[in-house]
Design a protein around this ligand. Structure first.
Ligand code: ZN
Length: 192
């Protein structure tokens, strides 16, 4: 029985949203796959807040905390700007795409049904401690247990049919990825 749930978009949904941002902001002059990797990392980075919980044996303990704020997105963008050599683009461009990719995670979580208090994410921390969640969620959310659950319980919930369905809904982002890819890389001739 899974009467309780703490919901979020899956890493697949977050990766797709991050890729959209990376493709939209990449310079089109090389490093395509690096930009894809960067987009995926920016898209899922906020959920690295599972790691400290994993270390203390309560994987959900710190989830949906400060990493799910606009402040964290700004910090991520500033740190990402140091990757300009690896991504062969200006620090400003990378910082901006990093913020957008990270921000896409916040947007997706905001638009995802959250079945557990405090319902949503602390978007405007530290200015405001309020948790924000869309009154009209689009995504159904992934079940992965609640704080206090053993790791096995979280894994069992993670492998549910519900989650497969939730990922299926998120795959609606695939056409968006393809559209942005087409518009960015094929619509106009490349400038050499
Ligand atoms: Zn998240």
């Amino acid at each position: 029985m899974q009467k309780r749930s703490l919901s979020l978009a899956s890493p697949i949904g977050h990766s797709l949203a991050g890729i959209v941002c990376a493709l939209a902001g990449s310079p089109r002059s090389g490093g395509f796959w690096r930009w894809i990797c960067f987009g995926i990392f920016a898209g899922i980075a906020a959920d690295l807040d599972f790691i400290p919980g994993l270390l203390v044996g309560d994987v959900n303990k710190y989830h949906h905390g400060l990493s799910h704020s606009i402040t964290a997105a700004l910090i991520f963008g500033l740190m990402a700007s140091y990757l300009s050599r690896w991504l062969q683009a200006s620090a400003f461009r990378i910082g901006l795409v990093g913020m957008l990719g990270y921000g896409s995670h916040l947007l997706l979580d905001y638009l995802t049904y959250d079945g557990r208090a405090p319902y949503g994410i602390p978007l405007f921390w530290p200015l405001d401690d309020h948790y924000w969640s869309s009154p009209y969620p689009i995504f159904v959310g992934i079940k992965h247990g609640v704080p206090g659950d053993a790791l096995t319980e979280s894994v069992i919930q993670g492998l549910s049919w519900h989650n497969l369905y939730a990922i299926g809904v998120e795959l609606a982002l695939v056409p968006v990825v393809l559209l942005v890819w087409y518009l960015r890389y094929f619509k106009k001739p490349r400038l050499r």
